[in-house]
Design a protein around this ligand. Structure first.
Ligand SMILES: NC(=O)c1ccc[n+]([C@@H]2O[C@H](COP(=O)([O-])OP(=O)(O)OC[C@H]3O[C@@H](n4cnc5c(N)ncnc54)[C@H](OP(=O)(O)O)[C@@H]3O)[C@@H](O)[C@H]2O)c1
Length: 333
């Protein structure tokens, strides 16, 4: 098969469409003929040599894919640890630990989801990573509920465009940060308040919006926003740190956090054990798939490129000018 290999750590040009050995599904895994994958920000960092794949993961980038089931590993048909039974030819999407930029990928069966009814196979590639990341934080951990206020940083990102729609579907007040050019689209997706982080103070805007601050903050910036995020939290607020685009270190005022009875959680989906990922995937299928199938949540596609042009797709995501997901499609699929 062909896959996008990282010839050496570096810029987008180190991504090369190369012939590599076919993967084999191990026990409890299925083999997927990949139709599409997506560019996640983590792929850029992996390409630069700063985010090596976890042990056992394929060396190629790609944290999610869609496609059809091409082979079943031992134990999958009779005991896949779930009620879902998969058959050859089923159209699916999957959360991967890596290896989506390829023609085939093997994945634990617990990380496979059916293609949502009404959603094309190409768009379906853009769901698993955002749905699992946002569900595991905003729902499983923070229990965001109706009437609450959520502050979503980076609303125009792949993660953000999903989170804004989910938060709207949950009947919450949605505040999001983004450069001004993205505000119109974000309001269409369900944002009540948009903040241009280059000129406006999100702490002030959040406090003014409801008089108490954000009940939940989904943060992708990390160090540079930590102090202001704690300031922006409402009493009993939950701050979810899922990205470090603004650095990994900062001073935390525990006094401010304690006074608010605030919760700070930080996690990375990719590094979670397979059993945790399978539980998250089940939660996503139960809670999120109905919202996708009803049209309440859509995959916001910025652009679709051939997988062999992954370097060009990385350049686009690196610019930050995209809104939503950049998809990579296999020509032969
Ligand atoms: N922990 C996890 O399990 C997990 C899983 C998936 C993703 N993530 C993280 O989630 C983030 C989003 O991932 P993605 O792949 O969806 O990224 P993406 O599509 O590349 O989007 C990144 C966005 O960050 C925004 N941004 C840059 N500086 C900002 C700032 N100072 N304030 C607010 N927004 C800013 C940019 O939008 P503007 O044009 O508006 O600046 C850009 O759209 C990344 O940090 C990624 O590492 C974490």
């Amino acid at each position: 098969m062909y896959a996008v290999t990282i010839t050496e750590p570096g810029g987008p040009d180190v991504l090369q469409w190369t012939e590599v050995p076919d993967p084999e599904p191990g026990p409890g895994e299925v083999l997927i003929d990949v139709h599409a994958s997506t560019v996640n920000r983590a792929d850029l960092i992996q390409r630069q040599g700063l985010y090596p794949p976890p042990p056992g993961a394929p060396p190629y980038p790609g944290l999610e894919c869609s496609g059809t089931i091409a082979a079943l590993g031992d134990g999958v048909q009779t005991d896949d640890g779930d009620q879902q039974r998969w058959r050859l030819g089923d159209e699916v999407c999957a959360l991967l630990t890596g290896g989506g930029y390829a023609q085939k990928v093997a994945v634990p069966v617990g990380q496979v989801l059916p293609r949502p009814t009404g959603l094309g196979l190409t768009e379906a590639a853009g769901l698993p990573e955002a749905a699992c990341t946002v569900w595991s934080n905003v729902i499983q951990l923070a229990h965001l509920g109706p009437g609450e206020t959520i502050l979503i940083h980076g609303g125009g990102s792949g993660i953000g465009t999903f989170a804004v729609q989910l938060a709207r579907a949950l009947d919450t007040c949605v505040i999001t940060t983004a450069r001004a050019g993205k505000h119109g689209r974000l309001r269409e997706l369900g944002a009540d308040v948009t903040v241009d982080y280059t000129s406006d103070d999100f702490v002030e805007v959040t406090r003014k919006t409801n008089g108490r601050g954000a009940d939940v903050i989904l943060d992708i910036i990390g160090g540079a926003y930590l102090a202001r995020n704690v300031e922006a939290l409402a009493p009993d607020g939950r701050l979810l740190a899922i990205g470090m685009q603004g650095g990994r270190k900062a001073e935390l005022n525990l006094g401010t956090l304690m006074a608010k009875r605030g919760m700070l959680a930080a996690n990375s989906l990719r590094a979670r054990p397979a059993a945790q990922k399978a539980a998250i995937v089940r939660g996503v299928r139960d809670d999120i798939w109905p919202l996708v199938e009803s049209g309440a949540i859509r995959v916001i596609v910025d652009s679709v490129l051939p997988m062999s042009q992954a370097g060009q797709a990385h350049r686009l995501v690196e610019s930050g000018d995209h809104l939503g997901k950049v998809l990579l499609v296999n020509a032969a699929a």
